[in-house]
Design a protein around this ligand. Structure first.
Ligand SMILES: Cc1ncc(COP(=O)(O)O)c(C=O)c1O
Length: 394
């Protein structure tokens, strides 16, 4: 055990949690692309298989660069362990396939990333999994839909996408008390461990689309699951069977990106707030969603929720589309969490199959825009957005 004081997240992102003993001496992370490793003897293989002397075996079960990234992410999350997977959706699928099965039930909260729910509705339902959806602020209603013995997962986002609601994770965990064996799974992609550590707020298992802020450069796809060692270990086995393991090249790029993760997050938080304040005062804007603004308190211990700001423009669906088309510096694309500021209209990008009435019934304004504030100078971003808002309003 090290007698050094615990490190700040800014330092953990660069060095990881472990001290120097036995660590590689490279200042920059090494990339190990190997997919398989040699055993020196049959006896060594047998010791490995018995778990007495675990060796590298085959990359689908784990490899050095992937492991280095996992340790770095576990350190940032304050978790005992973490596993890296091929995408955020690979992380969610692997977690749900590990925790659910025939006759099991999952409770989702609303206002979430649509494919997460579609995964259950379209795929897991074929294997006998059932589900219910509750408002994200309604942990008190959990037992109205939960089925003791069957409900094995409560899944929420912290914050939600796209309205940036911050569920009371402690209250959800407390509400789950009668549900023996159920796990609280939290997708904290938007907040990132720099803004919040859901495991400290009640989650059993936290997941991220690493593709977003953690990697931070819009150039790799990965996901992570972090939690207590026995739970992560059980899911690691399923990951190896499904083959959802991350690629070492992605892990290597991630380790590189993580070195600037805290610095990037400080900037995302500050720029998003700065722009949200200006949006709030803009004549063309009806409503702004950004925790930290007046009337939208942040939970204790949080200073922001990253670079996302959602806002409703006056004039509905068409007016919002015009704003996007008028943007020059801000680009129209899916995803978030990279250096480039991106904008999209959830009604069009994620929900094009629903008309305005159906959208509103789901709590989604057709004129809602989701802005992922990047790392450009905020004044340049505001100049672009302000001009686009004015031009679209005529
Ligand atoms: C909140 C949230 N969770 C999960 C995902 C899925 O992540 P990935 O695209 O890495 O599979 C996304 C992607 O946009 C997301 O926004």
């Amino acid at each position: 055990m090290s007698d050094r004081p615990p490190l700040h997240p800014d330092t953990l992102a660069i060095h990881g949690r472990s001290d120097d003993e036995g660590r590689p001496r490279d200042i920059a992370p090494a990339l190990y692309p190997a997919t398989t490793w040699r055993f020196e003897s049959s006896a060594e293989l047998e010791r490995h298989l018995r778990g007495e002397e675990v060796r590298l075996e085959y990359a689908r079960y784990g490899s050095p660069t992937v492991r280095e990234a996992e340790l770095r992410l576990a350190a940032l999350e304050g978790a005992e362990d973490a596993i890296l997977l091929g995408s955020g959706m690979a992380a969610l699928s692997t977690a749900l396939l590990s925790l659910l099965g025939q006759g099991r039930h999952v409770v989702f909260t609303d206002d979430g990333y649509r494919p997460s729910r579609v995964l259950v509705e379209k795929v897991l339902s074929r294997f006998g999994v059932t589900w219910d959806v509750l408002p994200v602020d309604a942990p008190h209603r959990l037992m109205e839909v939960a089925r003791p013995g069957e409900t094995r997962v409560v899944f929420t986002e912290f914050p939600t996408n796209p309205h940036l609601r911050l569920p009371d994770l402690g209250a959800w965990r407390e509400a789950m008390r009668p549900l023996k064996g159920a796990r609280l799974l939290v997708d904290s992609t938007l907040a990132t461990p720099w803004n919040a550590r859901p495991l400290e707020r009640g989650a059993h298992l936290v997941m991220h689309s690493v593709t977003k802020y953690l990697a931070g450069h819009n150039d790799l796809t990965a996901g992570v699951l972090a939690g207590a060692s026995p739970l992560v270990e059980a899911i690691r086995e399923v990951r190896g069977l499904i083959g959802a393991t991350a690629d070492p090249h992605a892990a290597w790029l991630l380790l590189r990106g993580l070195k600037t993760f805290p610095t990037r997050m400080a900037r995302h938080n500050a720029s998003a707030r700065w722009i949200a304040e200006r949006l709030l005062a803009h004549r063309t804007v009806e409503r702004v969603h950004c925790p930290g603004l007046p009337g939208q308190p942040l939970p204790e211990g949080m200073s922001g929720v990253g670079g996302l700001v959602s806002f409703v423009v006056r004039g509905g669906r068409l007016a919002a589309s015009r704003v996007i088309d008028e943007c020059r510096l801000i680009q129209h694309a899916a995803s978030l969490g990279g250096p480039e500021t991106l904008i999209q209209q959830p009604a069009v990008f994620s929900w094009s199959d629903l008309d305005d009435e159906a959208l509103r019934a789901r709590g989604l304004e057709p004129g809602l825009l989701r802005l992922s504030v990047g790392l450009e100078h905020p004044e340049d971003l505001w100049a672009d957005l302000d001009r686009a808002l004015n031009a679209s309003a005529g």
